[in-house]
Design a protein around this ligand. Sequence first.
Ligand code: ASP
Length: 331
Amino acid sequence: MVPLVEIEIKSVKRPSIAVHGGAGDWSIDRDTETSVRRWIEEALISGYEILKRGGSSIDAVTEAVATLEDSGIFNAGSGSALNALGYAELDAGVMEGYNMYSGSVASVKSIKNPVRLARLVMDNTSHVMLCCDGAEKLASALGLRLEGFSISERILNRYRDLVSKALSSNQAVSPYIKGNIEVMRRMITGSLGDTVGAVAIDREGRLAAATSTGGVWLKLPGRIGDSPIPGSGFYADRHIACSATGLGEAIMTISLCRSIAIASRFLGSVAPAVAYTFEELESIPRFRGFAHAGVIVMEHSEKLYMTFNTRGMARGYISSDTESLEVSIYR
Ligand code: ASP
């Protein structure tokens, strides 16, 4: 099979961790690029320090994603995209691959680090996913600070700009938003990002994945994407760990991460599995032409795969043999 998407394949030595800051256009100025690279490095260091001390991959991915949530520059945590009504609803999920425990939260509004709350769901409940008020009640019951966060002027300005474009009939808007415009008009009268994620392998060879997002700009309130859905936006078993970014509706339609895991078992290797699932993703009729996505996949046999069908995907990794931070945004 000839891969249609270009796949970066890296040999890593365990322990190792990789992170992404979302697949997208990444048209940014130099200063923003410098801080994107710096935060990717910070996230790698925060996760790698845990792994180096002999800690688990699940602790490492949780910490790395929390660092990216705190950065304020990615579409997660305090940098989250706003919905059509101008407020943030956050989704996140974590999974460890050895016993296949996972936890996630969807549509939470007053939690600065939804990835930590997803971890509480995994460690302290018999459930996999909690949403909305219930998820926030769990946070206060378990003492996770309900740390609200303020939305920056940069995010508010982007919101105003996107809303005015979406609602003005003579402006071209993305096909994703188009389908909602009528409903948005009714809601707004008075009325499209860069998710973050991590995959790691620890000294014992246990794999883990985590993903966190504010979702898609101008989504309808209550919309939940792929990021908190195990098998779609994140997944880990004893063979691979995967974190995805991109158009949630397309990703969840084919359960992107779990599809890569299954296809790699049947095809006997990860690269053709990634190529196959991306082909499938891009041919979903409903999303043809705008099924944008990216994935990072850590394999138990100490290989890392990174790919995206957009102009860029902020990403980086660190492997214990060289301990150097490898960071890139474009191809
Ligand atoms: N996958 C996220 C969502 O649809 C968005 C992104 O990755 O940028 O909610």
